[in-house]
Ligand binder design. Sequence first.
Ligand code: FDP
Length: 439
Amino acid sequence: MTSTHPEPPCAYSANRVLLSLSTETQGHGSTAAFVPAGTPRPKPSSLGPDAPVTDLITLTRHTLSEQRRHASASGDLTLLLVSLQLSCKYVSSLVRRAGLANVTGLAGGGPNIQGEKVQRLDVLANEVFMNSLRTSGRAAVLVSEEDENAFFVTAAPEGSPDADSRPGRYVVCFDPLDGSSNIDCGVSIGSIFGIYRLPEGSDGTSLERDVLRPGTELMAAGYALYGSFTGLVLATGDGVNGYTLDPSLGEFILTHPSMRIPSRGNIYSINEGNASKWGPAVTRWVNHCKFPEAPTADAEGKPLAGLDEATLKVTHPLRPAGSLAVRADEHDNHGTRKPRSLRYVGSMVADVHRTFLHGGVFAYPADRSSPNGKLRILYEVLPMAFLCEQAGGRCTTGLKRALAIRPDKLHARTGIFLGSALDVAEVERMYQDEENAKK
Ligand code: FDP
């Protein structure tokens, strides 16, 4: 008899990805992954390979199994992640109902600390994260994009509205709903979080000591993507894993173990509406993505014979004059001379997720009107830089490693370029050339 449902229900297909991955490099498409020894594998059903997978690797199971590999782990991070998972699932369900329930539109009450319009969904997502984290018993300090000040978790008196709050040993910095200008038009949005452990001996009461720290001190970071599916991508210091929410089970299932960013990509992602405010390095890089030119210099930057400034003005009209040479190892799209593709969603999580899967560069650089860029260091740039480096990519401000930045205030900003290691290194060289030209 022919089944009307030849595929198993989606509740089980996610783990089928894992079942089918071999321990070799899978050299194709977005599931490209090297599955290291020790990665848990679902046990096939006794009914055979076509039966639904009965051995589900959920995010909690996976973090518990990682925890067992670290003798010193207390299990506190796993419990904190349970709270974060719950927040992401709840926000996902609000987003899925956004057009029907009364959750879209402006919240009223004026702009937030960033001077941005606050959507109702921003407020709800923030409350969901704050409530689940302050009652987790694992968080010491909470920093949200939506709140001007950090929230120091204390045990509140019985009978007070905060009575369930219990302080713990972690600092969580988060953007509960990133890309919120995309909410009302059904475009992918997300949540981002970074987790620090309190320094040894700290009681979790100091902003400078406990919170304003570089990304090199992060112990975990992740993001949830609310798009054509709900995904959660997480790094706890040992690579990056991707999980997909099975809506029928309400569980994140491991579908993308050990994610690696391709070392080169064919996509550049930037808000081109800001072009008039860019500096020479950004203009040069975007031109190089759009109009790959023949080289004017060798890989060391030495001008090729016969190319003087007057000739170059004609043959390379887009090249900035002077020392900014077009080197043999760049500007030709890795030898193909084909223009790169522009993709820009305008939600950081969606643009970063695509960059992780397909490679290329996502950029939100500093420019003349925003000398510190737009994206916030603590809960946007550092968590994404941590994930990016853990997945073998590169993340820079142009001249500095983004992960090493120490913010001087809660909502400090910086410009960033993030993605494929070789493509980002190319941007860094252009910034360096610009610096050298100033000397
Ligand atoms: P949004 O303002 O919609 O919340 O940091 C916020 C952010 O979105 C990022 O998610 C996104 O990458 C960027 O701003 C988009 O900014 P532009 O609209 O200036 O391109």
